[in-house]
Design a protein. Sequence first.
Length: 618
Amino acid sequence: MRNLLLSILILSGVSASAQLFVRPNPSTSTDSYVYVNDVELFVNDDVNLQLNTNNPDTEASIYLRNNAQLLQGSDVASNNGNGMLSVYQTVDETSNYHYTYWHSPVGVPNGSGNQNSGISRLFDCDGCTDVTTAGTSVNTTWNQNGSSVTNPITVSYRWTYKRLSSPPNEAEGNYVRIWAGDNAQPGYGFIMKGVSNGAVTGSQTYDFRGRPNNGTINVPVNTGATQWTLMGNPYPSALDLKDFMQDNPSVAVIRYWDEPKFTEYSHNYVDKSGGYGTWVPLGFDETNPAGLYTAASFMNYSFGGFGSTTGGSGADLERRHAPIGQGFVVETDGTAGTITFDNTQRTFQRQGAGNYSEFRSQDNPNSMTGNDADEVSEFDTRSPYIKFNVFMDESHFRQLALVFDDQTTDGYDWGWDASHPMDAPGGDAYLLIGEDSNRSPFVVNASPFDYMKMIPIGIKVPQQRQVLFVASEEVNMSDKTAYLYDSVNNTYDKFNEGETASILLPAGTYDNRFFIVFRGASEIAADANSTRESIVENVNFFQNNRLSQLEVTNPEQHDIKQGVVFDMSGKLVYSESNIGTKTSFTFPTGDLSDGVYLVKLTTTDNVDITYKTSVVNR
């Protein structure tokens, strides 16, 4: 049953065409509005709101406060009227120099249905408390800096852009300035720098006001190649990104922009070190309810005692439920020309705790030390996974994740594997998926677990760097140990369970040298001995002098690449290559002199099997 709390409900009439109709009271000249506190307001069909004009402090027709949200059932019903819904969203860390990615939950209140939006939908609330209804449209300026101390606040429209479907890079030509007007169509997000008092980082609450978006929203994207498009949650409720991706099979991943908020007070692009975090659902059932998010790469840190930071790190948040106002980049694979939002993807989720929706929060202080590894219960249903950070000197790190589930394959799995943004110019690390001749970089690699598996990992450094591997989160990995295998030096360095792996690399690209493995040197040696013993025990020889041949049986079908025969002086008297996995084969001995001979078989795993045979030809 849906819970409704309408703390103040004054309706002057009921429209024959709208399920929820709110207008000023014509007989008393008073304003009418719906105040919703910390609950879901559900309207099955459309909403018609008429602007309140009697008191500027109660201008809006619906006030969503304290995590309240509006959900609607019908995808075809169009909201109407010149009235407005008011809903808050707070950016915890913002300034004149730092971007936030938005999608307005409301549009311009004119015409019919969903309308364009922009910074004209932003209002400065008077105190922004749970009972505040007053708000004033923000000031705008072409100057580089906005201001949080003017009344109302001032937003610079110099930095407002949308991004239509475009190649997956940060080229300037991918962005279109929307100025101070309402030039972001429904479904498109926009970026905007925040407001502050000089070079100061703080929080800012914005009051979005306009007609609430509803129903089916189609966003065109280019086909034929990978594309990035700035979209976002278009509704005044949370958006379930698992449902959104399941409805849009051409969506490969969701990317969230993040950047240091307590450093880099500059408008120059070269001074920025922000990047994109990446979210995938990890399947579409509830085995992995939150999906998986790998944080953006931009952290600066002290290599000698990692944990002493000189800047922030990408926030590690639960990203499945995009909150009201959240903008994000949608990566599409080029197979479909339209991305669709609809009401079935909407959900009521509060912000700020547990698996609830998050907009921004303080960075996780333990994100790089491994001290935040999950202590999961024996009933945890999540697929085993390990997140690990690859640090590049004292510059930054890249967070990667390996996920293990029998539903997946060693190739690409939609909804599980997450492609790499490749947006760290100072060096990067990436998991490689695909055939050796056609491999692509990923930040999340999901596959079935196998102790014998070798997962390739690439590293690219523009200059000599000390590269450090350290696990940051481990879920259901108690029986699995992760090692960095260096195939050049033949070394195995453990990097989970509180240990780290480090290597000094000259400038270059290393795509065929390093692997993540789950057996150390001693385990591999023990496995090799066990394998050798098993092969030796299962391959049998019989010298059949009557038929002048050595008979070999190989019931386990071990792959034998070569067989040779030597006399006791060490002279090679017979050789055969590529014997393969035959269950039985023979070597001729009729031309050999009577005596003792040494037979050696070598498998494709380089296991040698030796046998002495006595040849008697009569």
